[in-house]
Design a protein around this ligand. Structure first.
Ligand code: WTA
Length: 690
C-alpha cells in the first residue's frame, strides 16, 4: 500500500474524527452497540448498577450467538466501536489448517487515532496515563492531549530518521509515558514495534532485534526499579554491536546521569522538541502488522508472535471493558510491565482505546516495602487492580498489616493473570485486599490470544465466582478439550488438552518470518483447532480450570520460558555436553527451574561449572531464567533412541519416585537409582528443597 500523502492523511483523520464525533465517548459507542446491534436483550449489559435484572441469560445468549457466528458478532462490534477510515467489507476469513485468520478485511484505520485523537478531541484534559514512578509519591499525570502531542513528536522524530511503514523498531524501555508514546508513534506511522522486556540480557535483545531485523532501537539512558539503577543503554550498546540492521538508537533520559552518545545514537527528547506536535496518521489495513512480541515455546528459539491492527485493538478494548467492568473515569491499575503481552493489552491498547485512565507502574511490589501496591491504590484511587499470582504469594507472607493500613475503598474489581492462582493467594486477595466486596477475576489468556479468553466475567452481576478458576469463556471463545487420541471430550468433569474451535479477532496471525512454525506449534496437534499448549479441566458445572502447560514450557513468576531455551545456552559451556531442565512447584514463583547437567570427566572443579552455567543463563537470557538448582549427574535418563526422559527427572524432584510410570523405553534403568542417590545427597544439604 502506498504511503498516504500528508494532505490525504489529514483529510482521512478529520473524516475519522467527524465520524467519531457522533458518539465520541467510547462507553457511548459500546452502549450504542448494545442497543443498536445486538438486540434488545443486551441493552443494559455492562451497565453498573443493573444487577436487579438478571444478566445471566444475556451472557449465555451473547456467548452462544458469538460462538455460532463469530463473523457477524465481531463485525458489528468493529463497525460501532472503532474509528475507521474505510469500513471493512468482510468480517472474517479463516482456515485453521493453514493457520490463517483474517478479520475485518477491506477495513482501514489507524490504531493511534483510535487510542488518542478521538479522546484528545472530546476530552483533551482527561488523564490518559498516571505514571507511578519508582519513588512513591512522585507520580505524573499525562492527559490525552499531552500524550497525543508526545506521540506525534516522537512519530515525527522516527520519520525524520528514516523509519517508515512496515519497518520494525525495538523498544527496550522501562514502563513510562515515553514508552507508551513510542508504541503509539510506531502505530501512527505504520511501523511495527517489538518491545523487549528491559530485564532481558543484551544477547537476548540482539537475538530478537536480528530475528525481526529492526531498523531502530528506542531505549533510555538508565532505568530505575526498586531503587536500583539498571544500565539499559549499556545493554543496548552490547546488543547492537551484533545487529547490522540497526541504523539508529534513540536514547531517552530517565535519570539525570549523562551518558556518552555514539555516532548512531540520537538524544530522543532533544530531537522531539524540534518536531511538530501533529503528525498525520498512516492509514493501515486491518491486517497490517501492529506489533510483534517474542515469547518462549518448546524449542530453544523464542517466537515473534505477530498481532495485526483492527482485530487486536477491538479484542483488547472489548475484553478490557467487559472483564473488568471498566467505566469512564475509572482508574485502571494493571501493574504488568509493557515488555509482556499483559502490558500491551491492558496497560496500553485496551484502556487507551476505551478512553480510560491507565496506571504505568514502574516499581516492584516490595519497594520501598510490601505495602507498595496498596499505598498506590490509596493514593491514585485505583478502581481495578490487575496483577500476577506470584506477587500475591510473596506479599501475603508479609502479613495483612501492609494491606490494611491503606484505604482500598476505591477498588471494585481485582484481577490475576499469567499462571494458575492457588487457593491461598486467591482467598487472600479476595478477603484481605478486596475486603470480600470486590469482584475477583482469574483471567486466562496468552501472548498468542491477544486478550483475555477465559474469565469469570462478563456474566450477570452477582453470578457465582468459583475461587481460583478462570471459569467462563469470553464471547466468541469456543473452548474444547481433547484426549490423547485427538478426539474431542464431551460432557463435564473431564480433563484434556485445551483447544479453541473458532477464531476471534485477537488471535495471533503468524510467527514472524516462519508461518510454518506457526502452523506446527498451534494447528497441527489437533487439526482444525487452535491448540493452546495448556491442559484444562471442565468442572461439573461446565466451568474451565486451567491445569498448566502440557509442553516443555515453564512458567516462572508468570513468565514463560522454554526448558530448551535454558538447556541450549547451558550446553554452550565447553565442559557441559548435556543438560536437562525441568520445572518443579515453587512457593513464590509458582514454578522454578531445576537443571541436571552432565560435566565432562576431565573437568577439575565440577562445582565451578554449576556457577558458570548459571552466569551463562543470566547473560544469555535473563536473570529470572537462572535455574534455582543446578545438579551435576553422571548421565541423564534416555530412551533407547536417545531422547532424554525429563518426565522421570520431574518425578524425582517432586518426590514421586514410587510412581515412575512406564520406563520400558529407558535405555539403562540403573541410571534412575544413580540419579536418585545424587539428588537425595544434594537435597540433604539443601534446605530449600525440603
Ligand atoms: C499461563 C500471559 C493459569 C498459561 C497473559 C498460558 C495461566 C501462559 C493463566 C501464557 C491463568 C496465563 N491460569 N495459567 N489465569 N494465565 N496462564 O503468553 O500456561 O505470557 O499458556 O501470556 O500462561 O503466558 P503469556
Amino acid at each position: 500500500m502506498a504511503m498516504a500523502t500528508s494532505a490525504a492523511a489529514t483529510a482521512a483523520l478529520s473524516c475519522l474524527l467527524r465520524a467519531g464525533k457522533r458518539s465520541c465517548l467510547p462507553s457511548a459507542r459500546w452502549g450504542c452497540l448494545s442497543s443498536a446491534r445486538l438486540s434488545s436483550g443486551v441493552s443494559s449489559y455492562g451497565q453498573r448498577g443493573s444487577g436487579a435484572r438478571s444478566l445471566r441469560g444475556n451472557y449465555r445468549e451473547l456467548w452462544e450467538r458469538a460462538a455460532r457466528e463469530p463473523g457477524p458478532f465481531w463485525g458489528a462490534l468493529a463497525r460501532e466501536a472503532l474509528l475507521w477510515d474505510t469500513p471493512h467489507h468482510t468480517d472474517c476469513e479463516w482456515d485453521f489448517a493453514q493457520g490463517r485468520v483474517r478479520w475485518f478485511l477491506g477495513g482501514r484505520l489507524n490504531v493511534a487515532v483510535n487510542c488518542l485523537d478521538q479522546h484528545a478531541q472530546c476530552s483533551p484534559d482527561r488523564v490518559a496515563l498516571i505514571w507511578e514512578k519508582d519513588e512513591p509519591g512522585t507520580e505524573e499525570r499525562i492527559t490525552y492531549r499531552e500524550l497525543l502531542e508526545m506521540t506525534c513528536r516522537l512519530a515525527n522524530t522516527l520519520k525524520k530518521n528514516g523509519i517508515k511503514k512496515g519497518d520494525r523498531v525495538a523498544l527496550y524501555m522501562p514502563v513510562s509515558p515515553l514508552a507508551v508514546a513510542a508504541m503509539l508513534a510506531c502505530a501512527r506511522i505504520g511501523a511495527v514495534h517489538t518491545v523487549v522486556f528491559a530485564g532481558f540480557s543484551g544477547e537476548s535483545l540482539a537475538g530478537r532485534i536480528n530475528d525481526s531485523e529492526c531498523k531502530a532501537v528506542i531505549t533510555c539512558n538508565q532505568g530505575l526499579r526498586g531503587g536500583r539503577v539498571i544500565e539499559l543503554k549499556k545493554t543496548v550498546d552490547e546488543a547492537v554491536e551484533s545487529c547490522p540492521s540497526v541504523k539508529c538508537v534513540f536514547v531517552a533520559q530517565r535519570t539525570s546521569n549523562k551518558i556518552h552518545l555514539g555516532s548512531r545514537d540520537i538524544p530522543l527528547e532533544e530531537e522531539m522538541a524540534k518536531e511538530a506536535s501533529v503528525c498525520a496518521p498512516e492509514i493501515m489495513d486491518s491486517e497490517d502488522m501492529l506489533f510483534m512480541l517474542y515469547t518462549s515455546g518448546s524449542t530453544g528459539k523464542p517466537k515473534g508472535i505477530v498481532h495485526t491492527q483492527a482485530g487486536y485493538l477491538l479484542y483488547s478494548a472489548f475484553t478490557h471493558k467487559h472483564v473488568f467492568d471498566y467505566k469512564q473515569d475509572d482508574v485502571f491499575g494493571c501493574v504488568a510491565d509493557i515488555g509482556w503481552i499483559t502490558g500491551h493489552s491492558y496497560v496500553v491498547y485496551g484502556p487507551l482505546c476505551n478512553g480510560g485512565t491507565t496506571v504505568l507502574f514502574e516499581s516492584t511490589p516490595i519497594y520501598p516495602d510490601p505495602g507498595r501496591y496498596w499505598e498506590t491504590v490509596q493514593r491514585l484511587r485505583i478502581n481495578q487492580f490487575y496483577c500476577a499470582p506470584t506477587a500475591l504469594r510473596l506479599l501475603l507472607k508479609y502479613g495483612d498489616e501492609y494491606v490494611k493500613k491503606y484505604d482500598r475503598s476505591s477498588l471494585t474489581t481485582l484481577g490475576s493473570v499469567g499462571e494458575p492462582i492457588n487457593h491461598e493467594a486467591w482467598q487472600w486477595f479476595y478477603d484481605v485486599v478486596g475486603e470480600g466486596r470486590c469482584t475477583l477475576v482469574d483471567t486466562w489468556w496468552q501472548t498468542e490470544t491477544g486478550g483475555i479468553c477465559i474469565a469469570p466475567r462478563p456474566s450477570e452481576k452477582g453470578a457465582e465466582i468459583v475461587p481460583a478458576i478462570a471459569m467462563r469463556p469470553f464471547y466468541g471463545i469456543t473452548p474444547v478439550l481433547m484426549d490423547e487420541n485427538g478426539k474431542m471430550i464431551d460432557g463435564n468433569d473431564v480433563s484434556g488438552a485445551l483447544c479453541i474451535a473458532k477464531p476471534w479477532p485477537g488471535i495471533a496471525r503468524t510467527i514472524y518470518g516462519d508461518h510454518q512454525r506457526f502452523i506446527e506449534a498451534y494447528f497441527k496437534a489437533y487439526p482444525g483447532y487452535y491448540f493452546t499448549g495448556d491442559g484444562a479441566h471442565r468442572t461439573e458445572e461446565g466451568y474451565y480450570q486451567i491445569t498448566g502447560r502440557m509442553d516443555d514450557v515453564l512458567n516462572i513468576s508468570g513468565h514463560r520460558l522454554g526448558t530448551a531455551e535454558i538447556e541450549d545456552v547451558m550446553d554452550e559451556h565447553p565442559a557441559v555436553p548435556e543438560t536437562a531442565v525441568i520445572g518443579y512447584p515453587h512457593e513464590i514463583k509458582g514454578e522454578a527451574a531445576f537443571a541436571f547437567i552432565v560435566v565432562r570427566d576431565d573437568t577439575p572443579y565440577p562445582e565451578m561449572v554449576t556457577k558458570e552455567v548459571r552466569a551463562i543463563v543470566a547473560s544469555k537470557i535473563a536473570k529470572y531464567a537462572v535455574p534455582d538448582h543446578v545438579l551435576v549427574v553422571k548421565r541423564l535418563p534416555k530412551t533407547r533412541s536417545g531422547k532424554i526422559m525429563r518426565r522421570l527427572l520431574r518425578r524425582i524432584v517432586t518426590g514421586n519416585v514410587s510412581d515412575l510410570g512406564d520406563i520400558t523405553t529407558l535405555d539403562d534403568p540403573s541410571v534412575i537409582t544413580e540419579i536418585i542417590d545424587t539428588y537425595e545427597n544434594y537435597k540433604a544439604k539443601n534446605s530449600t528443597l525440603k
